[in-house]
Design a binder for this molecule. Structure first.
Ligand SMILES: C[S@@+](CC[C@H](N)C(=O)[O-])C[C@H]1O[C@@H](n2cnc3c(N)ncnc32)[C@H](O)[C@@H]1O
Length: 265
């Protein structure tokens, strides 16, 4: 299965994609009452943006992702950590976790910026029996794609990318309100109690982060060839001229589905 996150894209993802603010991790811990006894699975873990900070708060985190190159980057950055492990697998492999770990064995399953790749209805049904009472599923988004933001520099970037790719770039990657409502309805249908929260902060980007961010989001076959990278960077710089500072408003959304019932002990 080629998802486009392999090869160089995995390196760009690790280097340029932002992690999650501490308040988001606090929100997850609070929502599911996570403790140092808990096991958490981070599905679609990528290079570990969510898995690493959660691992500071629980017994162990299993990062699961179908792209070995993303997992290799995650393993590299977590080399000095002893409570993270990495497993090749997708949402279709979740039933393996039941055999491996047993029912009600997980405090949480987190899915950061990855649910749009999955069959969420089937997944939420399959996760319910794996979670302990009070635990749950968290669907997390991390801001709006760089080219879809409500700012002049973002609109200029989008125009430039559309010309360069010769196609529209409209994918919201599950960050839009319609997707969140569908996911919330699907969690409720699978028997979870749904909660929502949102965290806002601002950042100022530079051209290097914008270009790295674009590379981290492109399928690997659409990356500009190496010899064209400096030309590509110059063209992006030209397209964004006059729009600095590149301010970014970041909304991190947390959609939680809690499995009700008595917590053992
Ligand atoms: C945009 S990255 C998100 C990485 C990280 N969780 C984050 O919050 O930044 C999406 C990840 O989902 C993975 N992915 C794609 N399809 C998947 C599937 N069907 N099941 C699980 N993960 C999948 C990709 O390999 C990629 O690493």
């Amino acid at each position: 299965m080629d998802l486009g996150f392999g090869g160089e894209v995995a390196g760009f993802y690790q280097r340029y994609r932002r992690g999650y603010p501490a308040e988001v991790i606090d929100g997850l811990v609070e929502a599911f009452g996570l403790t140092l006894d808990d096991v958490v699975v981070d599905l679609g873990c990528g290079t570990g943006q969510l898995a690493l900070p959660i691992a500071d708060r629980v017994r162990t985190v299993i990062g699961m992702d179908p792209e070995p190159d993303m997992l290799a980057e995650a393993r590299r950055v977590a080399a000095d950590r002893s409570n993270l492990s990495w497993m090749v697998g997708s949402d279709a492999d979740v039933s393996v976790l039941s055999t491996l770990l047993g029912k009600e064995s997980l405090g949480a399953v987190t899915i950061g910026q990855a649910l749009h790749w999955m069959d969420h209805d089937t997944l939420f049904q399959a996760l319910h029996p794996l979670l302990r009472a009070g635990g749950g599923v968290a669907v997390v988004t991390n801001g709006t794609p760089l080219w879809l933001q409500d700012s002049d520099w973002s609109r200029a970037l989008r125009r430039h990318l559309e010309l360069w790719l010769d196609s529209e770039v409209t994918a919201t990657c599950g960050t839009d309100e319609d997707s969140r409502t569908r996911y919330a309805d699907s969690l409720a249908a699978a028997g979870f109690t749904v909660g929502r929260s949102q965290f806002h902060y601002t950042d100022v980007l530079d051209l290097d982060r914008i270009i790295g961010g674009v590379y981290s989001a492109l399928p690997v076959n659409l990356l500009p060839p190496l010899e064209q990278r400096s030309y590509f960077a110059k063209q992006v710089g030209r397209a964004l001229e006059g729009h600095a500072p590149y301010n970014e408003q970041i909304d991190v959304t947390l959609l939680t589905g809690t499995r009700e019932g008595k917590t053992p002990g």
